[in-house]
Design a binder for this molecule. Structure first.
Ligand SMILES: Nc1ncnc2c1ncn2[C@@H]1O[C@H](COP(=O)(O)OP(=O)(O)OP(=O)(O)O)[C@@H](O)[C@H]1O
Length: 273
């Protein structure tokens, strides 16, 4: 479980400070996916970077399974947490298998064992084993992102941090990758903190969505169904697009069921009773 406990992060800004995250508290339960959404600059990436200590908070604490990350060596912490970035972050001069094997090797596995493990994760993310000997530049964008996910999984951490991981791939591949993340979460029981600008992606992946407003403040923390049926205020309703175009979502009662329907009449899902 990841716990943000009254976390703030300020950066020096000329003569004053700029507030990236302001007194944020929420938890990511084990085996669940929490998605952070919010306008640009609302502190989403900063919140992720506080978990693996790429940044330290100005005040407050981030806890993993009850232990303050401030008490863990940052390098060890980073090796123990999977991190997937939009750019993929693959090493261009290493083959796919060696990219994925990097973390197991850093953790002390022999090259042979690390490569064997890497091959397993390459298959877990749905890549053909034949891509293992290629270099990142010889892969499509979607394949590169799968390698990024495989590399994050190869650390064998329960926790995955994903910062706009599918922002640069086309919509069809993106759907595919989202389904892959859902499958991995189900099958491998991961605890995932995910950042996206895409509200459909958030609704598709999240057990819980945290909507941030400018200034790094939580506007609402809720399940997708709660956000749709009971947005906290106009900012949230506008942000999730409740009142615009084809996304004008509404709840329709159909006998005993409560269905979520979009502006074109398409049924998107059913609310739990
Ligand atoms: N290293 C830094 N030094 C100074 N200010 C920073 C630094 N990193 C982030 N900020 C500021 O903190 C605020 C939050 O940034 P952050 O990248 O967390 O937002 P975000 O919600 O992820 O944005 P985006 O959606 O555009 O990626 C922004 O105002 C940003 O300019």
């Amino acid at each position: 479980m990841i716990t943000f406990d009254a976390v703030s992060k300020h950066y020096p800004d000329g003569s004053g400070v700029s507030v990236a995250v302001d007194n944020v508290s929420f938890t990511v339960e084990d085996n669940s996916t929490v998605v952070l959404v919010g306008s640009s600059g609302s502190g989403k990436s900063t919140l992720l970077s506080l978990v693996n200590r790429m940044t330290d908070p100005t005040s407050g604490r981030v806890l993993i399974n009850g232990s303050d990350v401030a008490d863990t060596d940052p390098v060890r912490l980073r090796r123990s947490i999977g991190y997937v970035l939009q750019s993929g972050g693959l090493l261009p001069h290493r083959t796919v298998v060696d990219n994925v094997a990097t973390v197991p090797m850093l953790k002390g596995e022999s090259r042979g064992t690390a490569r064997q493990k890497a091959m397993e994760f390459i298959e877990v993310v749905g890549l053909d084993p034949s891509v293992a000997r290629r270099y990142p530049a010889q892969l499509s964008g979607g394949q590169q992102q799968r390698v990024g996910v495989a590399r994050a999984l190869a650390g064998e951490s329960d926790i995955l941090l994903m910062d706009e991981p599918f922002g640069a791939v086309d919509p069809i591949v993106r759907l595919d990758l989202q389904n892959e993340v859902k499958r991995l979460q189900r099958e491998l029981g991961k605890t995932i903190l995910f950042v996206t600008h895409d509200i459909d992606e958030a609704f598709s992946l999240a057990d819980k969505v945290v909507v941030l407003r400018p200034g790094g403040v939580i506007a609402q923390e809720a399940t997708p169904a709660e956000l749709i049926t009971d947005p906290a205020d106009e900012f949230v309703a506008d942000f999730i697009g409740l009142r615009s175009g084809s996304r004008a979502l509404r709840v329709v009662e159909e006998g005993a069921d409560r269905l979520i329907v979009d502006g074109t009449g398409r049924i998107l899902g059913a609310l739990e009773q």
